[in-house]
Design a protein around this ligand. Structure first.
Ligand SMILES: [Zn+2]
Length: 106
């Protein structure tokens, strides 16, 4: 099925773009945090457009409530509680929880 392959290719391409955006956000965060937030917005938007599931390492780099770029220890607090990693966003005072014991995918 060529269409399926095309889609996979597109997803790979978009994921690369998202990774670049996050790399850029990291660099810009200190001086222009609003720019980092804008990159998060763009990354999310392009992911949603093609229904792409973001990988875990990217999911943890922005707040799922206010979509701000977060840096652990700077604008979010990280705690571990009962096999969960809990991120507390200083901006929206929201919590995010991630399971520590995740089934290994791949
Ligand atoms: Zn937040």
């Amino acid at each position: 099925m060529p269409r399926f392959k095309e889609r996979e290719k597109l997803k790979k391409h978009v994921l690369e773009r998202i990774k670049v955006l996050f790399r850029e956000a990291k660099l810009q965060f200190k001086e222009k945090p609003e720019l980092a937030d804008r990159y998060v917005f763009l990354a999310r938007k392009s992911a949603m457009k093609i229904n792409l599931k973001l990988p875990r390492e990217i999911k943890r780099r922005f707040c799922k409530h206010c979509y701000k770029y977060i840096v652990p220890g700077v604008n979010c607090r990280v705690r571990i509680n009962k096999n969960r990693v809990i991120y507390y966003c200083f901006n929206c005072k929201g919590y995010m929880r991630f399971m520590l014991k995740m089934k290994k995918i791949k």
